[in-house]
Design a protein. Sequence first.
Length: 307
Amino acid sequence: MSRCRKILLWLLLLCLLALGANALLNAGVWVTRYEIESPRLPEGFDGFRIVQIADLHSVRTPEQAQLLLTRVREEQPDLIALTGDQIDSHYYADHSTPAEGEEEGFLPDRDTLELIRELTDVAPVYAVYGNHEMMLLDDPERNPFKTALEEMGVTILYQQTVELTRNGDSILLAGIQDPATLYKNEDYDGLPDTRSRMQAMLDNTLGETDPEQFVLLLSHRPEYFALYQDYPIDLALTGHAHGGQIRLPGVGGLYAPGQGWFPKYTSGVFQQGRLSMVVSRGLGNSILPLRVFDPPELVTVTLRQAQ
């Protein structure tokens, strides 16, 4: 066998091994754990554990749902944060027509709803909308997904804050929806661009917040990291970038919506001043059905009081 042929065979073998390894990575749910410290975190919240589920893009198989649920239970969270794109708009649309005999009580994307219902048995669930939740803005009688979430106890935050209490102390949880879902909102739809809408939502949500209070923000988009720094936010949980979809060794993600090619904010923790921003690689796929060296990720954040 010639030397050239041997090299080609070795390259083919390496490619097959890489494809096999990538398939194994994509079949799992990989947990990434962070600890975030802040001097504003009250003592009662030291050790408070948050599990972040980002970019689920609808449950596709029972095995996927069961594996995710097992991982969440293992983390023993105090709070579960859904940071957008719980549904996939394309999949949701395809599963929004009832089968014969199913009209009464029909729920679209029932497998995703069942997963979230089981999550509510683990810990309180708070959610914000991502861009794919535009599907939920129609008449609730036609799209009862939102109603079902609220009936099972999920708190959906629309430019809102809620006070969380633990051991006699409190922190502020804030949530803003994705700007793409504002097209029916007269307060925001007339603004000239996405950044202006984000800024207006943050102004309305956090404009009068006590700067000494610990603030946790749920937001779908990481590309507004610089804008988040203008507000008294200690921790922002984001997703949307899908880890860059294709991750290159030594380079990172290849492409992310809202950031373009070779995006900066695709995975990990970004720190500036008081703000820490966590970017989850997320769990699902949408238009591009393949992740390359970008395994699905469940994020756990433990809050620590800075000494």
